[in-house]
Structure formats: C-alpha cells, structure tokens
Design a protein around this ligand. Sequence first.
Ligand SMILES: Cc1ncc(COP(=O)(O)O)c(C=O)c1O
Length: 372
Amino acid sequence: MTAKRALRPRQGILDIAAYAPGKSALAGGGPVIKLSSNETPFGPSPRAIEAYLKEAQTLSRYPDGSARPLREAIAKLYGLDPARIVCGAGSDELLSLLATAYLGPGDEAIYSRHGFLVYRIVILARGATPVVAPEKNHTADVDEILARVTPATRMVFLANPNNPTGTYIAFDEVKRLRAGLPEDVVLVLDAAYAEYVRANDYEAGIELVATTHNTVMTRTFSKIYGLASLRIGWAYCPDAVADALNRIRGPFNVSGPAIAAGVASLEDHASMARAVEHNEVWLGRMAEALNALGLGVTPSAANFLLVHFPGGNGHSAADADAFLQSRRIILRRVAEYGFPEALRMTVGTEEENLAVLDALKAFLGASGAKRQ
Ligand SMILES: Cc1ncc(COP(=O)(O)O)c(C=O)c1O
C-alpha cells in the first residue's frame, strides 16, 4: 500500500486565525440583548421584507447574474455608473475578490494596527504578506502607512470608519494617502459604516474612485440596512477593476431575494433617516454615560463604541463580559484586534442601551472600579 500524502493548503493559509464572529446566543437559550456584531437594532425596512418574501415565488430560477437591478438602484441613489458597481455576498466577498485579483506570493498589502481582521485573512489566503502600520489614538495614520510602502506593496486596506475602533480619517487625509501611494497600488476604502457618519470632513470614497484609476470603495447592506443575513455588499470601482472582479466572481454571487430586498431598502429613505438619527443621539449619550462610570471610550463615528476597562483582577474586559452575559447581554470581545481590555458595544435600542448601562454600573460597583 502506498503511504497517503498529506494535503497542504497553499502558503499562508495555515497562518490564518479563522474569523470568530460576535457571539449570538448564550447557554440555556432564551432571549439575549445582542450588541456584538454592529447590526442595526431596527431590523430591515418592511419594504425589504415584502420584496424578499415575494421572491419566494421564483426560487427555482437563477437570479440576474450581475445583480443588475441592484446595481442600477445603487447607481441611481448615488449618481454612479452602474457598470462600475460590482455586487457581492457581503462586502467580505468583495474584499476577498479584490485580494484574489491583485495579490499573490511575494506581494505585500498594508492595513492599520487595529484594522478590520478580514484584511489579514484575505491577504494571507493569497500567499501575500500582511504589513501592519501603527495607529495614533486608535486611528489610522497616513504617514505610518506610507512609511511601510515598498516596491512589493500592491494594496492598502483602510476601513473608514474602522471596526472595532469606530474612528475615521478626514477626506483630506484619505486624499493625502492616495497621493502618496504608488500608482500601481490599489487603495481599498472600506466604508461599511459610511451611512452613520455625520462629520462634515468625511467622504466615503466615491470622489476618489471617480477621479483615480486605482481606488475602490466597498459598502454593505449588513449594517444600517439591516440585511446582514442576506449577505449583500457592493464595490464602486474603476472600469479595469470592475472588469477584473467580474471575471473572477461567482456567476450568480448575489441571490434573487438579496437583490430584491436590497433594491427595496434603498427606496426607504424614512427608515434610514430614523436609524441615523437614533444612532447619533445614542452614540453621544452612551459615550457620556460610560465616561461617567469611569470607563474610557474611543470616539466613534460609526454605530458602535469601543469601551475600555481598567484591567486587573475583577476589573478586566473578560470579567465585564462574564458579568454582562450573566444578565444575558452580549458585547464583543476584541482581544484579537489588540484590545484585550476592551469590549465593543453596538448601539442598540434605548431599552438595550439602558440595560447595558445598568449592568455596567452594577459590575463596576461589585468590582470596585474607581471613577476617573
Ligand atoms: C469594516 C468592515 N468591513 C466589512 C465588513 C463586512 O461586512 P459584510 O460582509 O457583512 O458586508 C464589516 C462587518 O463587520 C466591517 O466591520
């Protein structure tokens, strides 16, 4: 008998730590307050649900292969060229397709120290080398990114605002980054939380995609549109990048129900405005209230807050997490993002937010953490 030869994944794959999603359930089952994945507390637009259900009649048919109705609806809303929009199964798929198109062994790709973890995964999966740029004040630093560019650099991933910090960099800084990068480096502006940002100096990326041949913006329906489970993302790309992605994506990578629900949710401006308003109010209130409890909070432009615990016996983020879970509240541990003593909290409904504050008050009282 011949000895079996072990299968070996390509270089880099076994260096990947598989992405661990935010917890969604607790032992014993039953209802939980889940604020661990930056989902909207309001759910999808009723119009999206209606459109989704209607699609049940045609499940035996393949969907439009290029998600044309969705690309056209997005193009109409933002005044874009639909031919330069590529849709995917979540923006995660688009990040992965971008890496497939532009990275291989010997190439380098840069992201910032506390950047979204999927970047590292898609870079390593292509056998390329991840290069990590330090941040300042938990915020991407353009000079640090530019300082790490080498002749091998092919891509830069920037989440703006970033997950899990919630921090963003102003459009002037994004333009300075683009101007400082070599022409053959793809700049990926991951704007998953763009809809929530209220700052006047912010721009998600449309302008740079329109004016350069090497910048891509990715967006998602998973956050403010409340369609995380349907897996819908889109990228706005230069022509040549859209062409490359269309050659390698699955021929029907966005399902019919996803296309229909996506189109319908874009039409519901009222739900969207309500969600933005609620988020703005509660980001501010929660940051203030958490500060008043003596906890550090990173200033956030998104729909979540990074909450810092004092650490040490009884005061750690792990202790806080266990205490919150005992009250059936799930926040997100972020140790793998380089924050062992922080928890990330998605802005929830008023009731959910107040429940978190109540629980943390009790935790800090019980653990004896000092007010700052
Ligand atoms: C910064 C960032 N980019 C991309 C994604 C992926 O979103 P999706 O694949 O659901 O579109 C997330 C989700 O948490 C995110 O935080």
